[in-house]
Design a binder for this molecule. Structure first.
Ligand SMILES: C[S@@+](CC[C@H](N)C(=O)[O-])C[C@H]1O[C@@H](n2cnc3c(N)ncnc32)[C@H](O)[C@@H]1O
Length: 441
């Protein structure tokens, strides 16, 4: 099974006339060949080591979702009876199967065209599923439920995704190349993801694929999968201390399949988490419907005030036109606590697009709500108001360990269009990143 780099690159060469005979795009095929070549020139040792580092060195049936050029699949062949790949790009699937044929392993390795959102495999079919560099393109909740479905009880899922480190590096590179639009797009994605964790981000930025390990852990938990490890396997060199390019995690399926209700109840009782904290976490993980079900259904016992407050938050997170009565009840339940009340009113105003009012409320809530100041900054950024720079400069002082302080400051500087200021902001943020102060998202 130890194919050398040359044999791999050779096996990965398309047969003459492949595009016409298999209905492939010349351009995409050339891209896949070039992409695969980069991985194969390394040999498979790197991926074998990675597989054993994550505890996936051997097993029965493995599925690679978004297998691309099949380097993970080829590395897995040694330890598995059968290896299946799935990719939405038919050029990648053609090349993976061509490599399997040429290397004489097609009886144990096959790739199919398909979508991670609807896996063409029966329930409980695989004991291992991996997906590297793919989940940030997907609807993560849907894809996770599919992973949970095809995993057999006791099976495990390994996932690696680009993280905030990559967004920061890519935006700094884009600024250096004077491609300010692409720098802005990267930073907005990061900040959007951070704001999403407040429970309401879909109203804040449009592209929300900047998730973190706790989000995926919550999607997993909602489908009965438990986070068991974050191995830190890296495909790309680390860019800054504490901020690796990507993050990864392993989720395990329970030995016996459980219903969703059992999963939530067990999770809530098992970890002894306060109901409100638990539901907030569901909201932050963008599972408002589930959170709402848990509050409205008789699953959890909440005091009246907690229930009203959470229902209000669920209402805001779920509905374009939230039910005014539910929101009024929630606001009344929070009237006793000025900062909570202001925070909620800020979220309410943000959902309604009333940025001025949202801003005033978030400022009021800033002392006791860690999220309130960045939310105020994001309101200003949306209005392209130059005061966003002051908010994020302040955040760099107050929350120096957070990526969102750095990303927000850079974005605010970009929005001013002042090149001297942008250069200064880049210098300042790079120093912070290099010194390793920034550790949290
Ligand atoms: C960045 S590549 C990663 C490939 C490989 N796993 C690796 O680690 O290099 C992302 C791959 O995901 C595939 N992909 C994107 N969306 C997909 C979907 N909805 N279902 C299946 N594959 C998808 C793409 O075609 C592409 O091959």
């Amino acid at each position: 099974m130890d194919f050398g780099a040359e044999a791999l690159i050779e096996a990965y060469r398309p047969e003459p006339g492949a595009c016409a005979s298999h209905g492939l795009s010349q351009e995409r095929l050339a891209f896949c060949v070039e992409y695969g070549g980069r991985f194969f020139s390394r040999g498979l040792a790197h991926y074998r080591q990675a597989m054993s580092a994550i505890g996936f060195g051997s097993g029965e049936r493995l599925l690679d979702i978004g297998c691309g050029t099949a380097h993970w699949m080829l590395a897995a062949l040694e330890g598995y009876r059968s290896v299946t790949g799935l990719d939405s790009k038919k050029e990648a699937v053609y090349l993976a199967n061509r490599a399997a044929d040429t290397l004489g392993v097609s009886d144990r390795m096959r790739a199919v065209v398909g979508s991670a959102h609807g896996l063409p495999f029966p329930d409980g079919h695989f004991d291992r599923v991996i997906s590297h560099g793919v989940f940030h393109f997907l609807d993560p909740e849907l894809a996770m439920s599919e992973v949970a479905r095809v995993l057999r009880p006791g099976g495990a899922f390994y996932c690696g995704v680009p993280g905030p480190g990559s967004r920061i590096v890519l935006s700094l590179a884009a600024i250096a190349a004077e491609d300010l639009d692409s720098a802005e797009a990267q930073l907005r994605k990061f900040l959007g993801g951070a704001v999403r964790r407040t429970g309401l981000a879909t109203r804040v930025f449009s592209d929300m694929r900047s998730l973190q390990v706790q989000d995926y852990a919550s999607f997993g938990a909602a489908n009965g999968l438990m986070l068991t490890a974050t191995p830190g396997v890296q495909d790309v060199e680390e860019a800054f201390p504490n901020l690796p390019w990507s993050f990864d995690f392993v989720l395990k399926a329970p030995a016996k399949a459980a219903t969703r209700r059992e999963i939530l109840q067990a999770r809530f009782h098992g970890i002894g988490e306060e109901p409100e904290a638990f539901l907030r976490r569901l909201l932050r993980a963008c599972l408002p419907r589930l959170a709402c079900e848990a509050v409205v259904g008789d699953w959890l016992t909440l005091e009246a005030a907690g229930r009203a407050r959470l229902l209000g938050l669920c209402e805001l997170a779920m509905n374009e036109e939230p039910d005014g009565r539910v929101l009024d009840e929630a606001a009344a339940a929070m009237a006793g606590d000025a900062a909570d009340h202001a925070y909620f009113q800020g979220l309410r105003a943000l959902a309604a697009g009333q940025l001025g009012e949202a801003l005033a409320n978030f400022r009021r809530a800033a002392k006791s709500h860690e999220d309130a100041l960045p939310l105020a900054g994001s309101c200003l950024l949306r209005r392209r108001d130059s005061r966003a720079l002051d908010v994020f400069r302040g955040l760099l002082g107050r929350q120096p360990d957070r990526v969102w302080s750095v990303a927000g400051f850079l974005l605010a500087a970009l929005n001013t269009g002042d090149r001297r200021l942008i250069r200064k902001a880049v210098r300042m943020t790079t120093e912070r990143l290099e010194s390793g102060i920034v550790t949290r998202c």
